[in-house]
Design a protein around this ligand. Structure first.
Ligand code: AMP
Length: 171
């Protein structure tokens, strides 16, 4: 089945004017979830990925499955104060204000090759923050992978130095 058919559009969620891309039908489908993970994994099969970096909460789901599939480790990026050990942080702009993502200081090192994963690429702010977290360690970025890219928001423009793979494009 077409991957797009597993995504449910929810108009005006969480606020008016936003069309929320609900990925839970895809997660609930053994075929859909497997197809999404396998298709992304194929694109990075020869990249020598050692760590997959994903942010809470939906990045954990795709990141964990991809790490397993690629034979890599999984590294969680989290909101401030959630990780128990020493952290490094990156800030990114929200519509109103600034948010922060943290990662354990020793989670990624200069010998690592990192794949950054999330469900949706929108403005690219969170993806750029994760890229910064990984690059600060001296690691190499294999690329970034998304289930859905909202092309009209131009998030890819913040990630120009890297390979960006999106399975579904919303124009
Ligand atoms: P951004 O930093 O603007 O690229 O936003 C990306 C993050 O916000 C991702 O973690 C997505 O899960 C979430 N997100 C942004 N827009 C949407 C949307 N229309 N539907 C679902 N999730 C979204």
């Amino acid at each position: 089945m077409n991957l797009e058919s597993y995504i449910r559009d929810i108009p005006d969620f969480p606020k008016e004017g936003i069309v929320f891309k609900d990925i839970t039908p895809l997660l609930a489908s053994p075929e859909g979830f497997r197809q999404a993970i396998d298709t992304i994994a194929e694109q990075f099969a020869d990249a020598g990925v050692t760590k997959v970096l994903g942010a809470e909460a939906r990045g954990f789901i795709f990141g964990g499955a991809l790490a397993y599939k690629l034979g890599a480790g999984f590294i969680p990026a989290r909101k401030p104060g959630k990780l128990p050990w020493q952290t490094t942080k990156a800030e990114y702009a929200l519509e109103y204000g600034i948010d922060t993502l943290e990662m354990h200081l020793d989670a990624i090192g200069p010998d690592d090759v990192v794949l950054i994963v999330d469900d949706v690429l929108a403005t690219g702010g969170t993806a750029a923050a994760k890229t910064e977290l990984a690059e600060c360690t001296g690691a190499r970025i294999a690329g970034l992978a998304f289930l859905i890219e909202l092309d009209f928001l131009g998030g890819r423009g913040k990630l120009t130095d890297h390979k960006v793979v999106s399975l579904i494009h919303v124009t």
